[in-house]
Design a protein around this ligand. Structure first.
Ligand SMILES: Nc1nc2c(ncn2[C@@H]2O[C@H](COP(=O)(O)OP(=O)(O)OP(=O)(O)O)[C@@H](O)[C@H]2O)c(=O)[nH]1
Ligand SMILES: [Mg+2]
Length: 396
């Protein structure tokens, strides 16, 4: 399953974001290093399901359909907080980046209210500038990767020379387990000094930064947007960085809980809620809900949690959703389930790649594919489109 990592300095609300997105209840507390071991759970990104347009009732298997909205599973990883100097062992160090680097995309949670200092200690709201927290994370990840590459570098250069090895492939092997592909490295290497025997620390850093930008896109989540000091900081962040999503994990948790108790009607991603059981809500609860409505939902169009997940997958990773079926007339699988699976595929993927994502056997025996909507065979180099319903024809 596609993985998204939630990362950032301590005490910014990473676990709160994780809990709100996955309905989990891992520990959250107002001090640094509450989380030590990584937490993993399933969250969902939301896309329009083709069922309404095709006028069918679907029977989802790998996903969920609510009122024509398809919820597709992704795995969220919540890790320990990282502090400046983690590569020198500060805080909990950076060893746990192993967990984080499994993910294809990173969500960098920032305390936009400025109520935690660089190490995650709680300070008076507004007294720390959250813009100072943005760059350090990339620096720490770069230092971590530098540590891995630098460890055996002298020996490796000798080996590359002696055995005439491909440098990109050697770097790729060193970074195995990070999900970084050989293509990512080849592309990243184009922009650095081609003579690797002369590489200094700066050249390594440049290479690693290029690799990171290509292989691990990062979304900034400006959390604690419910606190009054956040608004101004969010504006400044959005002026400087392209992907900044204002969010309030605490508000999302409150709304989801109230909805589960049947007190309000609210679905993650909504920009409003409706009170169902006014009599059962205390004055304080009503006030809190009103506060969220005015200061989060109306101001930012939602709590930002679902927006962040969707933006990470459909924006940064440029994924689309494709629905493989067996019977192109009824849009069903072998068992008669209508539109059973929604599969996240990178934009630009062709039918055979979809076949491999469904199952390696189906990929191996792929013959051609049929566009179920048009009931027409499609070319091998046809670029799959979002919400395509595709029947894969295999040998045997
Ligand atoms: N006001 C406000 N507080 C929040 C929000 N999200 C989290 N918090 C609070 O911030 C504190 C830290 O939350 P956690 O979710 O434990 O933060 P973390 O980043 O996982 O912290 P570590 O695991 O220690 O690195 C807690 O007191 C939360 O209640 C939010 O959206 N608004
Ligand atoms: Mg935590």
């Amino acid at each position: 399953m596609l993985q998204i990592a939630v990362t950032g300095k301590p005490n910014v609300g990473k676990s709160s974001f994780f809990n709100s997105a996955t309905s989990s209840s891992v520990e959250m507390a107002n001090y640094p290093f509450t989380t030590i071991d990584a937490n993993k759970a399933v969250a969902h990104v939301i896309s329009e399901c083709p069922c309404k347009e095709l006028n069918v009732t679907c029977n989802p298997r790998n996903s969920i359909c609510i009122d024509g909205k398809r919820l597709l599973p992704v795995e969220l990883i919540d890790v320990a907080g990282l502090v400046p100097g983690a590569h020198e062992g500060k805080g909990l160090g950076n060893q746990f980046l192993d967990d984080l680097m499994q993910a294809k995309v990173l969500i960098h949670v920032i305390d936009a209210s400025g109520s935690t200092d660089a190490e995650g200690q709680s300070v008076e709201a507004g007294s720390h500038d959250p813009l100072d927290d943005i760059e350090f994370l990339e620096d720490e990840i770069v230092m971590w990767m530098y540590g891995i590459l630098n460890r055996n570098w002298v020996r490796l250069v000798r080996k590359i020379e002696a055995e005439k090895l491909d440098i990109a492939k050697v770097i790729f092997d060193q970074l195995s387990g990070t999900g970084i592909t050989l293509e990512d490295i080849i592309e990243a290497k184009r922009k650095v000094n081609p003579d690797y025997t002369k590489w200094e620390k700066e050249d390594f850093m440049e290479l690693i930064r290029n690799i990171l930008h290509i292989a691990k896109p990062m979304l900034i989540v400006a959390n604690k947007a419910d606190l009054p000091t956040a608004e101004e900081n969010i504006k400044r962040m959005q002026e400087k960085y392209p992907y900044v999503i204002p969010a309030s994990a605490e508000s999302e948790i409150a709304l989801v809980k109230a909805a589960e108790a049947g007190l309000i009607s609210y679905t993650p991603g909504d920009s409003d809620f409706e009170i169902l059981e006014k009599d059962k809500l205390s004055d304080n609860q009503l006030k809190a809900l009103e506060y969220i409505k005015v200061n989060i939902l109306e101001k930012y169009g939602g709590t930002g949690i679902q927006t962040a997940l969707n933006e990470a997958i459909f924006g940064l990773l440029n994924m689309i959703v494709v629905y493989p079926v067996q019977d192109e007339h009824k849009y069903t699988d072998q068992k008669g389930n209508v539109l059973p699976d929604g599969i996240l595929v990178p934009k630009g993927a062709v039918p055979k790649e979809l076949a491999y994502l469904v199952h390696s056997d189906i990929g191996d025996n792929f013959m051609h594919a049929v566009d179920a909507r048009k009931n027409m065979r499609i070319a091998a180099d046809y670029e799959l489109q979002d919400k395509d319903v595709i029947s894969i024809v295999t040998r045997g």
